[in-house]
Ligand binder design. Structure first.
Ligand SMILES: [Zn+2]
Ligand SMILES: [Zn+2]
Ligand SMILES: [Zn+2]
Length: 116
């Protein structure tokens, strides 16, 4: 039985039969496969070309390049680069407030914003 001619190309071929796209690197093939065949989307950083699973993670990654800290605490003015950092910080305020406002009515978040 004769074997089909093997091309010794250094290309990585997409395993999908309808597609068979070729890529020079395994990484690009995997990216293509996940994007086109598994329906995953990648969010690429234009600066360092890294890929991120969500738009939110990419946005916060780009702040790292630009040095921007867009998340500001309404209560004390501290700035944070990541939303998770701000919400952690805000939790500390809330704890403090809960202790301080034992008798007073708790202010809603929107009221606190107006104060600033
Ligand atoms: Zn493919
Ligand atoms: Zn980047
Ligand atoms: Zn604060």
């Amino acid at each position: 039985m004769q074997r089909p001619v093997e091309f010794k190309l250094k290309l990585y071929c997409c395993p999908s039969v309808e597609c068979l796209k070729e890529y020079k690197s395994k990484f690009n093939l995997r990216k293509h496969f996940q994007m086109c065949h598994l329906g995953k989307t990648f969010h690429e950083c234009r600066i360092c070309k890294k890929h991120f699973a969500s738009q939110q993670i990419l946005r916060e990654h780009i702040y790292r390049h630009s040095g921007a800290k867009p998340y500001k605490c309404h209560l004390c003015g501290n700035k944070y680069r990541q939303y998770s950092h701000l919400s952690l910080h805000r939790r500390q305020h809330n704890l403090r407030y809960l202790n301080a406002l034992e008798v007073e009515e708790l202010q809603t978040e929107s009221e606190l914003e107006e104060l600033n």
